[in-house]
Design a protein around this ligand. Structure first.
Ligand code: NAP
Length: 293
């Protein structure tokens, strides 16, 4: 079977985090995660709910904050500042995207880098680029974990990343090119300025699709035996569903799966890994704090 079971791998990672959390609890430290949601975007609500549910399973205490869409930036920054100085909180997550009147980068920069479990703070992004120890962004780290745990050889392989966003494309490219014992891959990053995307993907041993466009990768764009990681989460109308939509990735799964040696489905591939790595980052942050006490 060539379908990567992200649910199974993510539950292994969550079980490992739960074990570490229970060791910490034995020493009187309960890992804590502040989860801040501004507004009522349905996708954001479902992500936040899933994150809080995972916290409960792992043994992480969540500190939920729900703010109305009109909440001011000052109010949000006030909550972040309080969590920064609360020793029971080891991680702070602000669900993105934020409403337009709030400056996202000011909010991310206000989170203490030690509690930045999303790995988005500029100081942590800089450390990641330098190869220093820092909380890694959850989705890119989850992709690397999938490759490692599926035994995919990355060293010396050609990885093509489609997308250059700050939360997926750029960081996953950065992690893939890390020296051994990192992935040690040769990395090409493609984006909307890339002429003839297929020319690049056809040469790839590993394709990471993070464009946010259904059908970006089709069978003719993939070489036989390539590993295909589909990061995309796209809602497309489907009247046969109660919700009126279904989720698809960026890859045309039906045609690409028979050619790929390994492929992630959507849903059930990269998605669950993102939450698992968030749990892992939160527990690690609590471990660091416990060592300092
Ligand atoms: P984003 O900020 O919209 O970035 C998309 C990137 O893809 C951009 O760099 C864009 O190029 C590039 N792109 C778009 N269409 C392209 C095309 N036809 N050919 C080549 N490049 C193209 O999106 P994102 O935040 O990185 O997210 C990407 C996808 O992953 C979305 O579907 C999102 O929902 C999903 N996602 C999933 C998870 C998860 O946990 N599974 C987590 C995060 C994101 P330009 O820079 O030139 O515009």
């Amino acid at each position: 079977m060539n379908i990567i079971d992200g649910k199974k791998i993510s539950s292994e990672i969550r079980a490992e985090a739960a074990k570490k959390a229970s060791l910490l609890a034995g020493r009187g430290v309960i890992p804590g995660l502040a989860v801040i949601l501004v507004g009522d975007n349905p996708a954001s609500i479902s992500y936040v709910t899933a994150k809080e549910k995972a916290c409960a399973e792992v043994g992480i205490r969540s500190f939920p904050v729900r703010l109305p869409r009109e909440a001011s930036q000052e109010e949000l920054l006030g909550h972040i500042s309080a969590f920064n100085s609360n020793p029971d909180v080891h991680g702070i997550l602000v669900q993105l995207p934020l409403p337009e009147h709030i400056d996202e980068s000011a909010v991310i920069s206000a989170i203490s880098p030690e509690k930045d479990v999303d790995g988005f703070h500029p100081a942590n992004v800089g450390k990641m680029l330098l190869g220093e120890d820092a909380p890694l962004p959850c989705t890119p780290h989850g992709i690397i974990e999938l490759l490692v745990r599926c035994g995919v050889e990355t060293s010396g392989k050609h990885a093509v990343v489609i997308g250059r966003s700050n939360i997926v494309g750029k960081p996953v490219a950065c992690l893939l090119m890390r020296r051994k014992p990192g992935p040690n891959a040769t990395v090409t990053v493609c984006h909307t300025g890339t002429k003839n995307l297929a020319e690049y993907t056809r040469c790839a041993d590993i394709v990471i699709a993070a464009a946010g466009r259904p059908g970006t990768v089709t069978a003719d764009m993939i070489k036989d035996g390539a590993v295909v990681i589909d990061v995309g989460v796209n809602r497309i109308p489907d009247q046969s569903r109660k919700s009126g939509f279904r989720l698809v990735g960026d890859v045309d799964f039906q045609s690409v799966a028979p050619k790929a040696s390994l492929i992630t489905p959507v849903p059930g591939g990269v998605g669950p890994m993102t939450i698992a790595m968030l749990m892992d980052n939160t527990v690690k942050s609590a471990e660091r704090a416990a060592r300092l006490n």
